[in-house]
Design a protein around this ligand. Structure first.
Ligand code: SF4
Length: 322
């Protein structure tokens, strides 16, 4: 029997819904407070103009037609049966409240849900772009439509010095605050991390796993760093201002991250796909599935698994007295 060495998203979805579930990406016109001057300018140093939302239909298409088109594609190609509408690119809650409400309502509108195949909504945003009003509205939708709601938060690293270097425009505190507010409403959180930021060490990777576990996030998406021409990071890369760790080292970092992570946390992705155009560096020139396979093989080789070193919460030092 195959040993499950980490908590895989596809397995989790099948267990939870009993059907093949796919995410339908939705692209809305938008920006980000870290690009328009609200909290910063120029954006994160790795961000391209697409707001890190490649593989989406054009934002000029209505939300409902994007959902219909993507649904037909996933049904045809992957025999998908149930769907999660996924607001992916840019910062999907960085909108006037009325516009945000309209977008969410469009995603769950009767026409979109007529086939009774929506099981959830996933909304990607920044930790500094959720507040009680927006979350209360999501809670209303969750209850009215009986949908699971997950707010995906870009964090990238728990090292707040690195967050400043990559010009995130927020620190760790905003992430902690957002997770508490989302969780207190019974909604799920997913944290996005880049495990090989050049200014982070292996200790930062481990601490990221420890902090996410302590906060009780539900899902994690891991990415490797990709470098796109025309970004600040791209310029630094071309001038040789930083080095990217080897693929072997990345594989070790992911293994170490998984070992320290609460085994209850579901891994949505071990490695990102990255954009295809204007790419200066991405996934060491290897395909994402090959890297995934290498990580899985390394877990097996070391005979290790997610949560093997998850022993540090709930007063570890007191265990000697029990
Ligand atoms: S928060 Fe996201 S959209 Fe905004 S600048 Fe950073 S990567 Fe780009």
């Amino acid at each position: 029997m195959k040993i499950e060495r980490y908590n895989q998203y596809s397995v989790h979805l099948l267990k939870k819904y009993g059907k093949k579930v796919y995410k339908l990406p939705v692209n809305i016109p938008g920006t980000c407070p870290n690009r328009d001057g609200q909290v910063g300018e120029g954006g994160c140093i790795f961000c391209d103009e697409l707001g890190s939302g490649f593989d989406c239909l054009p934002a000029s298409q209505t939300i409902q037609s994007q959902i219909a088109e993507n649904k037909a594609f996933f049904r045809r190609r992957f025999k998908a049966e149930k769907f999660i509408v996924y607001f992916q690119a840019f910062t999907n809650t960085y909108l006037p409240f009325a516009q945000f409400r309209e977008n969410i309502r469009a995603a769950v509108a009767k026409e979109a849900a007529a086939e009774n195949d929506l099981v959830g909504l996933a909304i990607s945003t920044r930790p500094d772009c959720v507040n009680d009003r927006y979350l209360d509205f999501l809670l209303e939708i969750k209850e009215a439509c009986a949908l699971d709601i997950c707010v995906e938060l870009g964090l990238q690293t728990v090292n707040y010095h690195t967050l400043a270097r990559i010009n995130r425009g927020h620190g760790l505190a905003e992430f902690i605050d957002a997770v508490y507010r989302i969780r207190s409403r019974g909604m799920a959180t997913c944290a996005h991390l880049i495990l090989n930021l050049p200014w982070d060490s292996g200790a930062d990777t481990v601490e990221s796993a420890r902090v996410l576990s302590a906060l009780g996030v539900d899902y994690v998406k891991l990415h490797s760093l990709y470098v796109v021409r025309g970004t600040v990071l791209g310029e630094m890369y071309e001038r040789g201002k930083f080095e990217i760790i080897s693929l072997e080292a990345y594989v070790e970092q992911v293994v170490s991250f998984l070992e320290h992570l609460d085994p209850a946390i579901v891994i949505q992705r071990l490695v990102g796909k990255g954009p295809r155009e204007e790419l200066l560096f991405g996934n060491w020139g290897a395909s994402w599935w090959l890297i995934k396979k290498q990580i899985e093989e390394r877990l097996a080789e070391k005979d290790t698994y997610q949560g093997r070193k998850f022993d540090y919460l709930n007063g570890k030092a007191l265990r000697r007295f029990t």
